[in-house]
Design a protein around this ligand. Structure first.
Ligand code: NAD
Ligand code: MG
Length: 389
């Protein structure tokens, strides 16, 4: 049996990983689980997955976690060092599914020769992509993308040598506001933005999907994962979320990855690649779907895409800052402190105020840039305060 550790065990991706493991008993034993601050959910995940070690990020929650695991024989720890310890436990596969730049240090700590990192956390690549990919290669870790678009593209890229790739296209659902006018979108409150048409995901990525920042982050993610220049990367709106990613080759052939919008599909792929494992994931029925539609993204109503593309093209530290400002702004929107367009306004204003500089060359440098951008973004929030309606 292979061993797996699951960072972000209590989240949406974490639960989908548990479902894939339940579909394929006997394939993996779980070494470590880690979560943010929900003690009960983490203890429950540790028990049901039969983990040997559980780590909670909140340093205050150590005693509560230990108490919740009493009598199970599952060891536990709390705080940043416990997250690192969980990441470094002996495992063949480490699933990186913590949300935000908080996942960067534990994911890098998990790099080890021959170890597979099933990467859901895209913020790692946006904040520190050049360093992250080079460091993984240097330490002999294999990075496989869990993100559905990138997973489809990874599979499509196997069709031909890298030199034959002309263009890579990611699809975007368009989010809950795809058909809304700008004035309506401007009035959106968190509960409107949290209603994603196709996917059930954590709050942060769901808001990113509503602004289309998620697609912007994913363009940068693809740039680093597949070592492709920005001009070969494109995004198209596809409301059905069935075609996830496409690779166009120099001869005019296009290889696309299709599946129902169910994260269990790319997770199952990452866990056993190059093998395949039978799952109970949702199945695609083209006749039942009837039609698949595509349209160009509207950067007037969804300026996030333009901001992310500009950061990607500029290179250097801008993507780190874009990610940090976006994390601050999404949290402020969810707390009702800024309006919906306050998210992209905060990101744009933060990038305007910061000097670019070189891309981070270590986790410490990424955290430093991230903190600077967070401070700048936080100071700008009052400018974009939500107006009582
Ligand atoms: P989520 O909010 O449901 O779960 C996040 C997990 O991270 C939880 O286990 C939480 O406890 C943990 N966490 C939060 N803050 C932490 C901290 N400071 N330290 C340690 N752990 C912390 O989010 P999700 O939807 O599962 O997304 C996880 C990641 O996967 C994100 O980066 C997201 O962009 C990416 N992703 C998610 C989906 C999806 O369908 N949910 C698809 C593609 C990519
Ligand atoms: Mg995605």
């Amino acid at each position: 049996m292979k061993r797996l550790s699951l960072l972000g065990a209590t989240g949406s991706i974490g639960r989908s990983v548990a479902k894939v493991l339940a579909d394929a008993p006997g394939l993996f034993e779980v070494e470590a689980v880690a979560g943010g601050r929900d003690v009960a959910a983490l203890a429950q995940a540790a028990r049901s997955l039969g983990a040997r070690f559980a780590a909670i990020a909140d340093p205050q929650s150590g005693p509560a976690l230990a108490a919740a695991l009493e009598g199970t024989g599952i060891a536990s720890g709390a705080g940043p060092s416990a997250l690192i310890a969980a990441a470094q436990r002996d495992a063949d596969v480490v699933v990186s599914a913590i949300v935000g730049v908080a996942g960067l240090a534990p994911t890098v700590a998990a790099f080890a020769p021959g170890r597979r990192i099933a990467l859901a956390n895209k913020e790692c690549l946006v904040a520190a992509g050049s360093f992250f990919m080079a460091e993984a290669a240097r330490r002999g870790a294999e990075i496989l993308p869990v993100d559905s678009e990138h997973n489809a593209i990874f599979q499509a890229l196997a069709a031909a040598p890298a030199a034959a790739v002309e263009k890579i296209t990611l699809t975007a659902s368009g989010g809950p506001f795809r058909l809304r006018r700008r004035e309506e979108i401007a009035r959106a409150v968190p509960q409107d933005a949290l209603k994603h048409p196709n996917w059930a995901m954590g709050a942060k990525i769901t808001i990113d999907s509503a602004t289309l920042m998620n697609k912007g982050l994913e363009l940068i993610e693809a740039q680093h994962l597949f070592a492709v220049p920005p001009e070969r990367l494109d995004a198209v709106v596809h409301p059905e979320s069935v075609v996830h990613g496409l690779v166009s080759f120099v001869d005019g052939s296009v290889v696309a990855g299709l599946a129902m919008p169910d994260m269990c599909v790319p997770i199952a792929h990452c866990l056993v690649h190059p093998e395949r494992v039978a799952t109970t994931c949702r199945r695609l029925d083209l006749v039942k779907l009837g039609r698949l539609t595509f349209e160009a993204p509207d950067e007037e109503r969804f300026p996030a895409l333009r901001l992310a593309r500009a950061a990607m093209e500029a290179g250097g530290a801008l993507a780190t800052m874009l990610n940090a400002a976006n994390e601050v702004a999404v949290a402020a929107f969810l707390e009702g402190r800024i309006g919906f367009y306050g998210i992209t306004d905060t990101v744009a204003a933060t990038l305007d105020r910061m000097n670019g500089g070189p891309a981070p060359a270590s986790v410490a440098e990424a955290h430093d840039l991230d903190m600077q951008a967070r401070r700048t973004a936080a100071a700008l929030l009052p400018k974009f305060a939500a107006k009582a309606s």
